[in-house]
Design a protein. Sequence first.
Length: 84
Amino acid sequence: MVNKTYPQIISLVKKITGLDTAAAVKEFKKNLPSQDMYFNKEPLPANETGAQAFKLCNTIEGAMKFCPKRWETLQKWFKASREV
């Protein structure tokens, strides 16, 4: 799958940035960790990540009660997935 999609990604990134391959890849990698690349516009609160959150938020009810931002983000992901 990588052999098929990687050239497509490179082509798209070059088209968007107008840069050569090396510069386009560098620019793309620089933007990957940007919060804009995720369904939540801000990092999740500390209490909604890590081992404790995994214990409290691994059910629908727990996620809704103890991890509201994480739950909201998941709902955005579900919506986007359905649209695709």
